[in-house]
Design a binder for this molecule. Structure first.
Ligand SMILES: Nc1ncnc2c1ncn2[C@@H]1O[C@H](COP(=O)(O)OP(=O)(O)OP(=O)(O)O)[C@@H](O)[C@H]1O
Ligand SMILES: [Mg+2]
Length: 252
């Protein structure tokens, strides 16, 4: 297995608060890995350590074959991070944000790169307006578009769909699936179990400082076999109803 991420015995405390008490996991190159956990479990802390924004207290953390403590610059060349809170410049337009990042990444044709992403992310209508006028969903889409500039091998998405409506959420899912199909490794955190079900090749649950279970959805389901078998008429979920009413179908 070619590993994009390898974490062994990772520990991190903030003063007396022991957040990570020995986290172990591996992510295969080109796969989608979902990290689940309650508020405050330490998901963002894990991502920040992997993205070299925080240093671990203990343990071994390798990203794209490089050590995050000893070779942080090499790691940064390979990754991109879409943080929990959108990191877009409010005063600039969407297009200007994209061009700015392309220039910061020293790409040869920043305007072309911006145009491609605008088309791909369906931002055409809004792209020449200031970001301060965008809805949450548009901001998220722009944020993710910005993180794809320069074709990183590995992308971290910290709660990419929090606060999005079901339609925008599905758009983000589609983008994430396409990324993985192109060979990009994706590590995402989410509060939505359905999101992990839809997207992730493997799922891990972070609880009280450790990964308490991990595996494919099938493996996780086997851990918790249904207590009894019941035959019931399947009722549509609220999400299905919402989407039917607004005229969208899941998976399109
Ligand atoms: N820089 C910091 N200084 C002190 N405490 C911190 C710092 N960063 C995080 N923490 C604490 O560490 C714990 C884990 O935080 P973290 O943001 O990693 O959780 P999370 O799983 O991402 O939660 P959420 O689902 O709410 O985003 C929390 O108790 C938080 O208050
Ligand atoms: Mg978080």
């Amino acid at each position: 297995m070619v590993k994009a991420i390898q974490v062994k015995g990772l520990q991190k405390s903030f003063k007396k608060l022991r957040v990570l008490k020995g986290v172990d996991f591996e992510v295969r190159k080109g796969s989608i890995y979902a990290l689940l956990g309650s508020n405050g479990a330490g998901k963002t802390t894990v991502i920040k350590i992997l993205a070299t924004l925080l240093t671990p207290d203990r343990g071994n953390v390798q990203v794209c074959g490089f050590d995050v403590v000893r070779q942080p610059e090499r790691v940064r060349e390979k990754i991109s991070l879409t943080g929990q809170f959108a990191a877009v410049d409010e005063i600039l337009t969407g297009r200007e944000n994209l061009i700015m990042i392309a220039k910061l990444r020293h790409l040869k044709n920043p305007h072309q790169v911006a145009d491609d992403l605008i088309r791909r992310f369906g931002l055409t209508d809004a792209v020449d307006r200031r970001v301060s006028t965008y809805s949450g969903g548009m901001r998220r889409r722009l944020d993710i578009a910005m993180s794809l500039i320069g074709k990183p091998q590995l992308i971290f998405l910290d709660e990419p769909t929090t606060g999005l409506d079901p339609e925008a959420r599905m758009e983000v899912w589609k983008i994430v699936k396409e990324l993985a199909k192109d060979g990009t490794t994706v590590l995402l955190t989410t509060q939505y179990l359905e999101e992990a079900e839809q997207l992730a090749d493997r799922i891990a649950i972070l609880h009280e400082g450790r990964i308490i279970v991990s595996g494919t959805l099938e493996e996780l389901k086997k851990l918790f076999p249904p207590a009894k078998v019941e035959y019931v008429e399947k009722q549509p979920t609220l999400e299905e109803i919402f989407l039917a009413v607004i005229g969208k179908k899941e998976g399109r």
